[in-house]
Write a protein that binds this ligand. Structure first.
Ligand code: FE2
Length: 282
């Protein structure tokens, strides 16, 4: 076991289309199961051309997972079968636990200059929680604590605990850590991680090194890390802005079709039958 988490594999986000024709970049998804367990998918959407996103993600179901949306720039209007309705704005997070089932829509609107930029992560739920009651957590940017270390590293804590500062998203079964970190130029940053948890970083901007890896990682690289007690990130002349995400693996079978992820094909079949005959929402 290494003390420092080393690089297992670097992925580059690839262009794909989702929803009603939204252009986005996917860093991992269906093909990578079970490499990122408990995480299933990571999408980055970023465009200043509304044609890339305006068709949005009209009404669709989810069951058995959590979808976590973090907006850096622009807005996403959402509505759901529980009667929730609202706007996720710049810096806001929506942590949606679909549980037994939710039908919702997510419609990106962009900001005043047409920019729409953010991320969607899917986290799996263990068998015993797949049919839990659905729940929304809308977290406003102002509720997300930001820590600045003596060396000028900025850490926004969406979920997790850094130096005793706890993020607003708590009581999630995979015990996640979701941090937005900026490490200034010519700085080393060490961050403890829980042993056995899956941990990855997605680089938003700039360049950095992970552990003793000589290759730099830059924009739109996703770095999957090996197990270890801590993450070490260093920079040269440029700063690096990235998301650091970790969670406890489930180690369960994955049966996945579209927006629904269960443990068995039989459970998937039931879910889609229920969606067709109108008994999906519990
Ligand atoms: Fe969705």
């Amino acid at each position: 076991m290494n003390r420092n988490r080393t690089v297992k594999k670097i992925f580059t986000a690839n262009p794909t289309r989702e929803g009603a024709g939204v252009h986005l970049k996917r860093a991992f998804g269906y093909k990578e199961v079970p490499l990122f367990d408990p995480f299933l998918l990571f999408d980055h959407f970023g465009s200043n051309d509304s044609r890339d996103y305006i068709k949005g993600f009209p009404w669709h179901p989810h069951r058995g997972i959590e979808t976590i949306t973090y907006i850096l720039r622009g807005t996403v209007e959402h509505g759901d079968s529980m009667g929730n309705k609202g706007v996720i704005g710049s810096g806001d997070v929506q942590w949606m636990t679909a549980g037994s089932g939710i039908i919702h829509q997510e419609m990106p609107k962009g900001d005043e200059n047409g920019y729409n930029w953010g991320f969607q992560l899917w986290a799996n739920l263990p068998k015993s929680y797949k049919m839990m009651s659905p729940r929304y957590r809308d977290v406003k940017s102002s509720e997300i604590p930001e820590l600045i270390t003596a060396r000028g590293v900025k850490i926004k804590i969406i979920s997790g605990n850094v130096n005793g500062i706890v993020g607003p998203v708590q009581d999630i079964v995979i015990d996640p850590e979701y941090l937005d970190i900026t490490v200034p130029a010519k700085t080393d940053f060490i961050h403890p991680t829980k042993l056995g948890h899956t941990c990855f970083a997605y680089v938003i901007e700039g360049k950095g090194y992970f552990s003793d890896e000589k290759k730099t990682v830059a924009n739109e690289d996703l770095v999957l890390l090996n197990d270890g007690e801590q993450v070490v990130i260093s920079t040269d002349a440029e700063s690096v802005h990235f998301l650091l995400i970790a969670g406890k693996p489930l180690g369960e079978p994955v049966a996945w079709y579209g927006p629904i992820v269960m443990n068995t094909q039989a459970e998937l079949k039931i879910a889609f039958e229920e969606y067709r005959n109108g008994t999906f929402i519990k």
